[in-house]
Design a binder for this molecule. Structure first.
Ligand SMILES: Cc1cc2nc3c(=O)[nH]c(=O)nc-3n(C[C@H](O)[C@H](O)[C@H](O)COP(=O)(O)OP(=O)(O)OC[C@H]3O[C@@H](n4cnc5c(N)ncnc54)[C@H](O)[C@@H]3O)c2cc1C
Ligand SMILES: Cc1cc2nc3c(=O)[nH]c(=O)nc-3n(C[C@H](O)[C@H](O)[C@H](O)COP(=O)(O)O)c2cc1C
Length: 483
């Protein structure tokens, strides 16, 4: 009996088998993706094997650089097969430390050697008399800073010193990074692979800016005749193609113009951060930039170029940077207490514009019901001259009469009749502010760190009570974009 095989059948069987194989592979990939997403949601990369103590990567970050490096660090440890958890330093306490055998801290410094906001609660442990002994713990610290400040990497140094004092063993010496210096950051990853068994990261690269992809479309001086320096409203658009997406609260980094030199007479390549003052629905990226006047009478490198020298249509090198610490996040449905001064109006305006668009969304027909579904906001804003320095005055007044702004409290330090700072306006709200707090409001502060944010923090502590402010901070209801 002859046994002949129809080649057509073989091909069909092979095709079915391949399809089945492909299906299995797709399901496996989908499962892997879901699993990775789940771990990411729990801020974990990989599971620790049974009995193995987890590795913790903790970040203290204000504008996101330390946080970004923390994730890259976790990735390199995870690629080497380690179970890693990533969290903000504020989430680290004695119990969390007891569960880990290795701790990697990546933190920036602000003010006078102070912690960034996402490490402020952790900083309280450093002074506690009952701080835990950490003899079983190994640690490494990457401290981000800027040598222009007196307390270079002050907070990173303090955390490192505290860990050693509590008995933890350094895996390698603290690495300090001046202005995100790439060589120092590369050294961190080399040390991780040498001393912590992490996978080598091929050439760490700073975020790339969008080279010549943007142009200056519009510039308007907002405060002609002000006793302070000029504040300019700038509108930027991509040279080709659509606007990228971003959220209210995000930042841009703008590179100095070609050929700019720094104080040492070397090429200045350090990008400057600016808070975005619009949302993508506005069609352009708006900024509020104050001209920086230098001690020798000259103007700041990037602000001088943006405000005075760049011509309309000129190309810019910039990058849009997510700034999770100032995004709306879980506060989208909450009332907002917005507090700021000067160019701090930029970050606050972006949140108000986002809410204005939410009130008019086409799906909701811009109806009264849609408008009332958006929780109200209350703006406290400080500047110098009441006649000249209320940036975007008409827009704010329209928002107040239209109900988007339930309150608009202004303070002008050069007001001839009633000179005041924004903290005074907050102190006057001693009845209403706690009421907003108990109704679930979130507080967003934007503007100068030294001149305003510290005083506002102190006043909020008085008005709401220290414990309440602490609770708001823990719940992500006290967010700051301060510089
Ligand atoms: C998170 C964040 C958000 C920000 N948002 C905004 C915003 O929305 N709007 C805004 O206007 N700014 C904002 N800034 C500030 C902004 O990033 C810049 O710092 C500011 O515009 C000054 O930059 P510049 O290049 O003009 O000045 P630079 O040239 O960097 O000069 C700044 C300082 O450097 C020194 N210096 C430099 N060159 C000389 C020299 N030749 N002689 C003497 N001293 C010199 C001086 O101390 C001077 O004060 C933000 C900063 C951060 C960190
Ligand atoms: C307002 C302000 C204050 C700062 N103060 C200090 C300081 O006291 N010491 C220091 O080393 N760096 C200081 N820096 C620099 C930051 O630590 C540095 O830019 C860091 O890379 C920011 O990282 P982050 O984005 O994770 O917060 C300061 C930066 C700003 C904008």
């Amino acid at each position: 009996m002859s046994f002949s095989v129809d080649p057509m059948r073989w091909w069909t069987a092979l095709a079915l088998l391949s399809t089945y194989g492909l299906m299995c592979a797709t399901i496996w990939w989908a499962h892997r993706r879901r699993e990775r997403a789940r771990l990411f949601q729990q801020n974990q990369l990989g599971e620790a094997s049974t009995g193995e103590k987890r590795v913790l990567v903790a970040h203290g970050s204000q504008t996101g650089q330390a946080e970004q490096l923390a994730w890259r660090t976790a990735e390199s440890l995870h690629l080497a097969g380690r179970g890693v958890r990533v969290c903000a330093l504020n989430e680290v306490d004695a119990a969390a430390l007891a569960e880990v055998s290795e701790l990697y801290v990546i933190t920036s410094t602000y003010g006078e050697g102070d912690p960034p906001d996402s490490a402020a609660l952790f900083a309280d442990h450093l002074d506690a008399p009952d701080a835990p002994r950490l003899s079983g713990l190994k640690h490494a610290v990457l401290a981000l800073g800027d040598r222009e400040y007196e307390h270079f990497c002050g907070f990173g140094r303090r955390v490192d010193g505290w860990l050693s004092q509590q008995g933890a063993t350094p895996l390698f010496e603290r690495i300090e990074v001046n202005q995100m210096d790439e060589a120092a950051i590369r050294m961190w990853f080399e040390h991780l692979s040498m001393h912590a068994g992490a996978a080598a990261m091929d050439g760490w690269q700073a975020e790339s800016l969008d080279v010549a992809g943007w142009r200056l479309a519009e510039r308007r001086l907002l405060n002609a005749g002000s006793p302070g320096e000029g504040v300019y409203h700038l509108e930027l658009e991509p040279v080709d193609g659509p606007l990228p997406t971003w959220e209210a609260g995000d930042l841009v980094h703008i590179a100095p113009p070609e050929g700019a030199l720094n104080e040492a007479g070397e090429p200045d390549r350090q990008p400057r951060a600016y808070s975005i003052a619009s949302v993508p629905e506005d069609g352009r990226l708006h900024l509020l930039v104050r001209l920086r006047r230098l001690a020798d009478g000259g103007t700041g490198c990037v602000s001088g170029w943006l405000c005075l020298h760049a011509s309309i249509g000129e190309r810019l090198t910039l990058g849009v940077r997510a700034h999770p610490a100032f995004r709306i996040g879980d506060n989208a449905d909450r009332r907002l207490l917005l507090v700021g001064n000067g160019t701090g109006m930029a970050g606050l305006r972006a949140h108000l514009r986002a809410r204005e668009h939410a009130r008019c969304r086409p799906g909701q027909g811009g109806s009264e019901a849609a408008a009332s579904a958006v929780a109200p906001s209350w703006l406290f804003f400080g500047e110098r001259d009441p006649q000249i320095d209320l940036h975007h005055r008409e827009e704010l007044q329209a928002w107040q009469s239209g109900g988007l702004l339930a309150g608009l409290d202004l303070a002008f330090s050069r007001d001839p009749h009633q000179p005041a700072y924004v903290k005074q306006r907050l102190a006057e709200g001693t009845r209403d502010i706690p009421e907003w707090g108990s109704q679930g409001a979130a507080i967003y502060v934007c503007g100068s760190l030294a001149g305003m944010a510290a005083a506002v923090d102190e006043t909020l502590r008085e008005v709401l009570g220290g414990d309440t402010l602490l609770a708001l901070q823990r719940q992500g209801r006290y967010q700051r974009d301060v510089y």
